[in-house]
Design a protein around this ligand. Structure first.
Ligand code: GUN
Ligand code: ZN
Length: 436
């Protein structure tokens, strides 16, 4: 792609973390702004007039009042759970056994895996999400389906084979050796292929033997540039179960730590019911925590301590946790994060919510130098939002006094109708008809 493309509209970007620096020092809103794209990257940002003057030959897409930002980043999801999202009435362990494991069993069939991967990327793109860090199933076919589909669409995606060698049904268990061998082969095939990253993925301590966790730790030590993702302290019953399975461990985190699975690049989903030692070690190790608020309310897990953990300086991202989470939308996820924080006595600012869904999630995945912001050199993965996408939102946002009052109704009430366009790697991928 040799030519420059200008996307014009309102723009929102970040020059710092609003939790640390405050909203005024961090968020940058340009009322009549734009982004110049070239060779899949953001070349320049500025006012619409400046950019038009500097790039007279550029192709121009004028989105009017549309809000152009970085595409959303979903730092923890399970693409194989797409077809069983919103399954009723269970808490974590029963939910896994009743709904999740039977559905994940189906991914032994490569055709089914490919069908769901395509459906999943259709859904996330329709919701403005341009990067996901996903669990696959134990089947290598599920990883191939996920990465093949992402590659065909030119998306920056992360994922890995979910490893389990106990407390899962026959047909959904591997072994320490096969988990190591399969993960290594998939890592060598997909990690760094174009925009793809392989993530070493033990599901969680209760479904892995100590031998399997050690094998994952060994693989990670051999490939320290990969992330390692798992679950930590999501429900009280799960914490008790993990502790009973690892009686020597000091706490749940220690079941990972003593097998080489704690460090920079470790990404822990949920992290709700944490002990003081765990919090201190997570911070010291510079590991990432991923808040999954629609999941935490849907499965009844608990209220993530965003305020306390941010004050400690933890590295935190935001995620749907589809299909424990009840939505594919990062807008809905921001709304749930707001509600969960309210229940803990802290009103998150729209800038903080938006940062968590873009730069924060990118930081949690150690990709903030590549994605999650509007700045020169950052990859051109963008979403354009209509801040008046429904009558209910429009009647509220049209009386807004600033960008935050204009944006917050879309955060709280918006869905895929608010997503006017999505660009990935400098190409328009949504709506598909205008893809170029
Ligand atoms: N813990 C272990 N596996 C899962 C999963 O698939 N979803 C959620 N929410 N928690 C888990
Ligand atoms: Zn999960």
């Amino acid at each position: 792609m040799a030519d420059t493309t200008l996307l014009l509209g309102q723009t929102l970007s970040f020059r710092a973390d609003p939790f640390a620096a405050g909203v005024a020092e961090s968020a940058v809103h340009v009322r009549h702004g734009g982004v110049a794209l070239r060779d899949g990257l953001i070349q320049e940002t500025g006012t619409a007039d400046e950019l038009r003057a500097r790039h007279p030959g550029a192709t121009v897409r004028d989105y009017g009042d549309g809000l152009i930002t970085a595409g959303f980043i979903d730092a923890h999801a399970h693409f194989p759970q797409t077809a069983m999202i919103a399954s009723w009435g269970k808490r974590l362990i029963d939910w896994l056994n009743t709904y999740t494991f039977p559905e994940e069993m189906r991914f032994a069939d490569a055709t089914y895996a490919a069908e769901i991967a395509a459906r999943y990327f259709d859904l996330v793109l329709a919701n403005g999400t341009t990067t996901v860090c996903s669990f696959c199933t134990i089947h290598p076919e599920s990883v191939d389906a996920y990465f093949s589909e992402a590659q065909a669409r030119g998306l920056r995606m992360l994922g890995g084979k979910t490893c389990m060698d106990r407390n899962a049904p026959e047909g959904l268990r591997d072994t320490p050796q096969s988990a190591y061998d399969d993960s290594k082969a998939l890592l060598e095939k997909w990690h760094g292929a174009g925009r793809l990253s392989y993530v070493i993925t033990p599901r969680f301590s209760p479904t892995s033997t100590p031998e399997q966790l050690a094998a994952m730790g060994a693989l990670w030590a051999e490939h320290p540039d990969c992330l390692m993702q798992t679950h930590l302290s999501e429900q009280v019953d799960e914490v008790a179960w993990a502790r009973s399975l690892f009686p020597e461990a000091r706490d749940y985190l220690d079941t990972y730590e003593c097998h080489g699975l704690l460090g920079a690049g470790a990404v822990f989903g949920h992290a709700i019911h944490l002990e003081p030692r765990e919090r201190a070690r997570l911070k010291e190790a510079d590991a990432s925590l991923v808040h999954c608020p629609t999941s935490n309310t849907f499965i009844g897990s608990g209220l993530f301590d965003m305020d306390g953990l941010m004050r400690e300086g933890q590295r935190i991202g935001l995620a749907t946790d589809t299909g424990g989470g009840s939505s594919f939308s990062m807008l809905r996820t921001m709304a749930a994060a707001y509600e969960v924080a309210q229940l803990r006595g802290r009103a998150l600012h729209p800038a903080e919510l938006y940062w968590l869904a873009t730069q924060g999630a990118a930081r949690a995945l150690r990709l903030d130098h590549r994605i999650g912001n509007l700045a020169p050199g950052i990859e051109a993965d963008l979403v354009v939002l209509d801040l008046a996408s429904t009558p209910a939102i429009a009647q509220r946002s049209t009386r807004a006094n600033d960008i935050w009052e204009a944006l917050f109704p879309t955060i709280m009430m918006g869905d895929d109708r608010a997503v006017s366009a999505v660009w990935a790697g400098g190409r328009c991928v949504q709506p598909a008809a205008s893809a170029g």
